[in-house]
Design a protein around this ligand. Structure first.
Ligand SMILES: [Zn+2]
Length: 240
């Protein structure tokens, strides 16, 4: 319900006239403020009508004429003075605010996700550089080692944008990297799953080897398990 409807529903011209200081007799007659009225010739009820100057209208017209306001301003004044609840303006601004908030929320989520994925990727590449570094000069470079070499600086640059960039730069980066982030996220989760399997297999192996029937020493075995060397064989399957 907009302000016009709300005011017309809630406020009669008579109530408005009374509030704005026009004396009204018990039969709803008043001296007309719109012409030089000697005797009450203005009838006020829900609407108003003057039998002298023929001024006529509803409560909003009345206040508009009385104060020289536009219809909209008169309606707003009445709504404020009589505490009419109208939705249009508030509702619109609420919807707008909600929309802005949800857009900001989506942006933040996207930003966090990009940052997390690229930073995981950077860690992974640093690890590859150590794990897959060629042991001898003539050895062919492992694709993951090569990937680390090639992409580390661009990924660092992307991360810098998310850390220090302007809103505009971040937004452009998010738009640009959408597909890349999706692919990387999938790839990183495959590596993590492979790591997990590897680590489980190692700790199982250690447990079996170290099992003397007492069940003691398992905690130590678990920690050995996590430091187990990755075979690298599994991971080759996931390279780009
Ligand atoms: Zn009149």
């Amino acid at each position: 319900m907009n302000v016009f409807e709300a005011v017309k529903r809630d406020v009669t011209t008579r109530q408005a006239a009374e509030l704005y200081g026009i004396p009204i007799s018990h039969n709803g007659m008043a001296r007309c403020p719109f012409h030089n009225d000697k005797n009450p010739s203005l009838k006020v009820d829900r609407r108003f009508h003057c039998f002298g100057c023929l001024a006529d209208g509803d409560v909003i017209d009345f206040v508009s004429m009385l104060y020289g306001l536009s219809s909209k301003d008169a309606a707003e004044k009445l709504a404020a003075d009589f505490g009419c609840i109208h939705e249009s303006k508030k509702k619109k601004s609420c919807v707008k605010m909600r929309k802005t908030l949800s857009e900001e929320f989506r942006f933040q989520k996207a930003e966090q996700k990009c940052f997390r994925v690229f930073s995981d990727y950077l860690h992974l590449m640093k690890r590859w550089e150590l794990e897959y570094a060629p042991r001898a000069p003539e050895e062919e470079w492992h694709p993951l080692f090569l990937e680390g070499l090639q992409k580390k600086s661009i990924v660092s640059y992307v991360l810098d944008i998310f850390l220090y960039g302007t809103l505009q730069e971040k937004a452009e980066m998010i738009a640009e990297c959408g597909r890349e982030v999706k692919n990387l996220e999938r790839r990183i989760s495959l590596f993590a799953a492979a790591d997990q399997r590897e680590s489980n297999a190692c700790s199982r192996g250690n447990r079996n080897r170290g099992n003397d029937g007492t069940g003691e020493g398992n905690a130590e075995d678990e920690s050995e398990g996590t430091s187990c060397q990755h075979s690298g064989k599994l991971q080759n399957n996931f390279s780009a």
